[in-house]
Ligand binder design. Structure first.
Ligand code: PGA
Length: 252
């Protein structure tokens, strides 16, 4: 197996007023003092906080990401943010194709692939999210769905450097439910095989994160599953204590 440096990324979703920057400061201060040697750490706050927190992050070793982007560089797209604007804040990554975007904004695989390409154009890493719904799982379609999503939302030119895959079963997001270790192992194994088949060595090295109800109490077990190269964390990334507790899975 390739030697992969894991990534623990926090997705703040539509949460975080200026008062929440105190939590980021706490995370940054702790990580500056006691760096996470075993994994990269990233926070993806809402756009409104990105610019303001870039400085705090600069010397903490924490990385900064955004949660979505438009496909164009600039233009008449009211309310949208381009990857170039995200890069301009000091952020280095952007999540694309999160299931909440797919659901709330009817985003399809093709658009997700275009967003990933746009992210690369601006020099950002694209964190491409995939995962089955509860209904699809019930019908035993998980592997089929995930395979189709990778095939259609991963653009040509993907490398271990410019792309991270996040497997997030939709039914596990924010629900407190997590798949069994065996199920995660099977899905991540299938994703790895597919990535290696399409991309060769780059696919062997590409990070595959698990996301969906990751907490300090289950992080160690989930992060030790084969082909799980870190986590995409929602709710538990909002509080420094919880997020640092998850990062601890890589400290001991
Ligand atoms: P959760 O969200 O950790 O709150 O389940 C994960 C995600 O949606 O990225």
């Amino acid at each position: 197996m390739a030697d992969i440096r894991p990534l623990v990324a926090g997705n703040w979703k539509m949460n975080g007023l200026r008062s929440a920057v105190a939590e980021l400061d706490k995370m940054a201060a702790t990580l500056k003092e006691n760096p996470s040697k075993g994994a990269d750490v990233m926070i993806c706050p809402p756009f409104t906080l990105l610019m303001g927190v870039a400085k705090t992050f600069a010397d903490s070793g924490m990385q900064l990401g955004a949660q979505d982007c438009h496909v164009n560089v600039s233009g008449a797209h009211t309310g949208d943010i381009s990857p170039e604007m995200i890069a301009d804040t000091g952020a280095t990554a952007v999540i694309v194709g999160h299931s909440e975007r797919r659901e709330d904004h009817a985003e399809k695989d093709k658009l997700v692939a275009q967003k990933a390409l746009a992210a690369w154009r601006a020099g950002l890493t694209a964190i491409i999210c995939i995962g089955e719904t509860e209904g699809q799982k019930r019908l035993d379609l998980t592997l089929k769905v995930v395979e189709r999503q990778i095939k259609n939302s991963l653009p040509e030119g993907a490398t271990a450097e410019n792309t991270v895959i996040a497997y997030e079963p939709v039914w596990a997001i924010g629900s407190g439910l997590v798949p069994t270790v065996q199920d995660i192992k099977d899905v991540h194994g299938a994703i790895r095989k597919q990535l290696a088949g399409i991309l060769g060595g780059e696919g062997e090295k590409m990070r595959i994160l698990y996301g969906g109800s990751v907490k300090p109490s289950n992080a160690k077990e989930l992060m030790s599953v084969d082909n799980v190269d870190g986590a995409l964390v929602g709710g538990a990334s909002l509080k420094a204590e919880d997020f640092l507790g998850i990062i601890d899975a890589y400290r001991s």
